[in-house]
Design a protein around this ligand. Structure first.
Ligand SMILES: Cc1cc2nc3c(=O)[nH]c(=O)nc-3n(C[C@H](O)[C@H](O)[C@H](O)COP(=O)(O)OP(=O)(O)OC[C@H]3O[C@@H](n4cnc5c(N)ncnc54)[C@H](O)[C@@H]3O)c2cc1C
Length: 229
């Protein structure tokens, strides 16, 4: 695999433990499809093959970005990066993006929004009235990544509906719902006229996938990306 050098331009704290790292690949046109991921590689690590991180940026945007939850070695080293630092990455790969014109039903938890956000931004860039719904699960209101971006998206695109589900906070704002994602609402009356995108932990993706299929959704309409650790 050819390793490329990425240069950090900015780091944005999304929440206490999630950060978005904006970067470029100097001297190189970096091509990717919305929703793809890269492998990040650190020397002298316990994982010499590197680890995968989805691009949260969209191809039309000037800067590349990944959005990382700090849980261990690689994510900790990514969180420690500062403006001007360099790190090694691979080309982009992955086939999460269904590349469809059907309305989108996006289902994600926490950092799992990263590749979905890439796809959603890209679709809205191509067609500002693209129909999409986002069902987004987080533990608390303060742990919602991309919060300002999502509000701006909702304000700019009436065709996009965003539903927040908060699983571990007693009182939530009236605009949000307590508990787990409501798949009945997600599937609606016409389960197979929509393309579904699910991204999150292995348990989350499995539970959401099963829930959709139990409600009559054809597995071929569901794209999944799993953040295996
Ligand atoms: C296709 C794909 C895309 C991905 N995209 C993203 C993304 O966009 N953003 C993102 O944040 N992640 C993403 N991931 C996950 C990412 O690749 C890493 O797996 C993740 O960052 C954890 O790696 P780490 O080295 O930080 O954690 P590790 O050090 O491997 O730790 C993993 C787990 O073990 C626990 N642990 C570590 N050390 C100890 C210890 N000594 N004792 C007990 N427990 C311990 C940690 O708490 C953690 O829960 C993606 C994964 C895949 C496969």
């Amino acid at each position: 695999m050819e390793w490329l050098t990425a240069k950090v331009l900015r780091v944005r704290r999304e929440t206490d433990d999630i950060a978005t790292i904006f970067f470029t690949v100097p001297g190189r046109d970096f091509h990717y499809i919305a929703g793809q991921y890269i492998t990040v590689f650190f020397e002298q690590s316990s994982t010499p093959e590197g680890k995968a991180y989805s691009l949260s940026s969209a191809p039309y945007e000037k800067l590349l970005s990944i959005t990382v939850k700090k849980v261990g070695e690689y994510s900790g080293r990514l969180h420690a990066l500062r403006e001007g630092d360099s790190f090694m990455i691979s080309e982009a790969y992955g086939t999460f993006n269904p590349q469809t014109t059907k309305p989108l039903a996006c289902i994600s938890a926490g950092c799992g929004l990263a590749p979905i956000w890439s796809v959603l931004k890209n679709e809205l860039h191509r067609n500002t009235s693209r129909r999409a719904q986002l069902f987004f699960s987080n533990k608390t209101v303060d742990s919602i990544p991309f919060f300002d971006d999502l509000n701006a998206c909702r304000a700019a695109h009436r065709s996009v509906k965003i539903y927040h589900y908060i699983t571990r906070q007693h009182d939530v704002p009236a605009s949000m719902k307590k508990g787990r994602i409501d798949l009945d609402q997600c599937v609606g009356a016409a389960p197979n006229e929509v393309a579904y995108l699910i991204c999150g932990s292995a348990d989350f993706v499995r539970d959401m996938w099963r829930g959709l299929v139990e409600r009559g959704v054809d597995g071929g309409s569901i794209s999944t990306e799993t953040f295996f650790e």
